[in-house]
Design a protein around this ligand. Sequence first.
Ligand code: BGC
Length: 385
Amino acid sequence: MSKKFSSYSILAILVIFAMVLSACGSAETAAEVEESAPVESESMEGEALAVGIILPTKDEPRWIQDETRFTEALTAAGYSVEILFSQGDSAKEKANVEALISKGVKVLIICPQDGTAAAAAAEEANKAGVKVISYDRLIRETTAVDYYVTFDSIAVGAQQAQYLVDKATGTGNPLYLYAGAASDNNAFLFFEGAWSVLQPKIADGTFVVKNSSEAIALQDKATLTRDEMSKIIGQVTTNWDFNTAKNLAEANLTATTAADKGEVFILAPNDGTARAIADAFGVDTDVTMYYVTGQDAEKASVQYIIDGKQSMTVWKDVRTLVADAISAAVALLEGNEPVSQGAYDNGAAEIPAIQSAVVTVDKDNVKSALIDSGYYSAEDFTGLE
Ligand code: BGC
């Protein structure tokens, strides 16, 4: 066994140990890490690891969660690593990839801003002999992706939809649909999962779609093609942007009448857009009650859930995704195949993948799921029972 091989093995053990420690850690430890200064890895102590990480944007709390958890895991294992942000710009993402290749990284962990646009950057890395791990979002239409670590995104959408179904009684309930960015493969998976649960309940009259003529035209189809989903997403996309979400919700509320409101059901794709959409519905006097979904368990949304302003979120424990990505990186550095459980078709190849489960969180289990588990500290919230 070479020296290099054994040092990576030790790293793997350290990382797994750190994961266990962080999973068992007190709420206070989690809070300390949450509040630590943002990392541009040069500021991190520790031996350099031949891995670079590229995340989509600092402007959404979701990706700050990932940055924090990567830093936490790698610092505990005594390693430094460079984490760069693309700030919603595929050109910047490509420049980040090139910068990390020239610094000599051997594995890149990339969450693409735009799944298809990132193919060129992945191919450049591949040509330079760098392994590519697609993180959370799938890089599409290229064979230059070695591995994919993800949450079960179909389940995210299905759980959001199930929550709305469980709250609805009778027929004719107004349903407003919103989706993520069409450039993000996950937006399709979330929508596919949600549609599989909502469609039968639209077909049987429980729900009536109020803001998408394309969804209405397709409401008798249990399974949609990607093109069909594109048509609906084209009408209800938030582009993962809070302002777009707010403006779209306001436009939808202006275009509908009091008869389309009352008690409403809102499929919002993630927490940031859920808060924006909830704020818009919350000030419409014809809306007497709304149920709105989310995902990511962002702190601001956890507070919204406690305050009764957002109904639920789908919690994706980022610690698991980070641990899976690091294990995969270590395996690739050692020249091994990372452990996989199936594969995702990215339009050009079947990419071996590992997938993590997700958890529905609402007011009833917010404390047990997120606080008692040590994911967040109780002090970060007010009004927690
Ligand atoms: C992620 C979500 C996130 C969204 C917007 C998706 O690809 O899976 O967790 O909320 O992008 O950034």
